[in-house]
Design a protein around this ligand. Structure first.
Ligand SMILES: NC(=O)C1=CN([C@@H]2O[C@H](COP(=O)(O)OP(=O)(O)OC[C@H]3O[C@@H](n4cnc5c(N)ncnc54)[C@H](O)[C@@H]3O)[C@@H](O)[C@H]2O)C=CC1
Ligand SMILES: NCC(=O)COP(=O)(O)O
Length: 333
């Protein structure tokens, strides 16, 4: 039977609905279940000139899927979308799709969820505190999580996610850093198959603090945590200066990088592999992958958005589902 992959369309006025339609058009061996408004998907298909065969989801299993066909679990929009112009009236619709996906994954109705991008500001404009899928799924699952972006060549995890820069230093505590490193370490083993993962940890300050002359977070927080975890057997390097940590000579020494904040490392990935990078959430009780880009409101409705990152996210979700099945058949948790 094909794995049932939940797909959320994200912001209705963004490129997400078009990307789902493009994904459905591929021959990928998965039972795609879009959690979205069915008319929204049909309008997106028309804008892309793609023929979409939408079938109401009955929760059943299938063993083949024709390219262009997709199941749908209909969750109605509050107002019809205008491409490029997010409407906060649809914020609760967007959150309802995420809730259904998370509950369905926890209840094993879906093998994994793949999310298309949403417009965080539109949800905030509806008066709802929200900073991202990562934090939303973590709160719903009562889980400690870590955001990771992965291309075929580079994996980057983040010690902090969607935080104003002014709050970053205070958010990196010995306890939070240790928790993050343990999740990254365990998930590199479980999800990527590294028996003894090598993790490079970046400093927070220029030159990793220059021995305390350019900031003390390395000396006061990062180094003590690294020493503690190294003594327990983890293979950790750093704190490394972020500006040179990604040069080719350094990369051969690690399997993943832990960056201290969002924009410290994501520009590296996005500039070299925008179409091949996948965002995944480590630490959740279910598999969640996503695109590496946003809602691209400038392209919405044009049919020109590149679906490569969403297709890569679906491939990664399927690989992780297969790895999980193999691991549980061997008796691992
Ligand atoms: N997973 C998610 O839900 C994410 C959501 N966002 C949200 O997206 C919104 C817009 O973010 P921006 O910073 O403007 O980034 P963006 O990624 O939406 O756009 C940046 C540039 O990349 C282009 N681009 C993005 N995706 C593309 C694709 N698939 N094909 C071709 N070109 C593409 C856009 O046209 C634009 O020129 C924000 O609200 C942000 O929070 C951003 C990243 C991830
Ligand atoms: N830059 C990554 C990003 O903003 C995605 O966040 P999330 O919605 O996956 O938490």
């Amino acid at each position: 039977m094909l794995p049932r992959l939940a797909l959320t369309a994200g912001e209705p006025a963004g490129i997400g609905p078009e990307l789902l339609v493009r994904l459905a058009a591929t021959p990928l061996a998965a039972n795609f279940v879009a959690i979205a408004d069915r008319d929204l998907l049909q309008r997106a298909a028309a804008r892309c000139s793609v023929k979409l065969d939408l079938i109401d989801d009955d929760g059943g299993q299938i063993d083949t899927r024709a390219p262009g066909s997709m199941r749908v679990r209909h969750i109605p929009l509050a107002v019809e979308e205008i491409p490029g112009r997010p409407d906060p009236h649809n914020a609760r619709h967007v959150l309802a799709t995420l809730t259904e996906a998370a509950e369905g994954c926890r209840g094993r109705r879906y093998a994994a969820v793949v999310t298309a991008p949403l417009q965080k500001s539109s949800i905030n404009d509806a008066g709802i505190p929200f900073s991202g899928h990562t934090e939303f799924f973590a709160a719903q699952s009562h889980a400690d999580v870590v955001m990771m972006l992965a291309s075929p060549e580079l994996r980057v995890a983040l010690a902090t996610t969607h935080l104003p820069l002014i709050n970053v230093s205070a958010a990196i505590t010995p306890a939070s850093l240790e928790r993050t490193l343990r999740i990254v370490h365990d998930e590199l083993r479980a999800k990527f198959g590294f028996a003894e993962p090598r993790i490079a940890v970046l400093g927070l300050n220029p030159h990793a603090g220059e021995n305390g002359h350019l900031g003390r977070e390395e000396i006061d927080t990062i180094i003590p945590v690294l020493e503690k975890l190294r003594a327990q057997g983890m293979r950790l390097s750093g704190p490394l200066p972020a500006d040179t940590a990604f040069v080719p000579a350094q990369r051969q020494h690690y399997d993943a990088v832990l960056a201290m904040y969002h924009d410290q490392a994501l520009p590296v990935l996005k500039s070299e592999a925008f179409d091949r990078t996948v965002n995944l959430t480590l630490g959740l009780p279910f598999i969640r992958t996503s695109v590496d880009h946003g809602t691209a409101l400038d392209l919405a409705g044009s049919g020109k958005a590149d679906p490569s990152s969403l297709i890569a996210a679906a491939h990664m979700a399927l690989d992780l589902v297969a790895r999980r099945a193999m691991s549980s058949s061997q008796g691992h948790s």
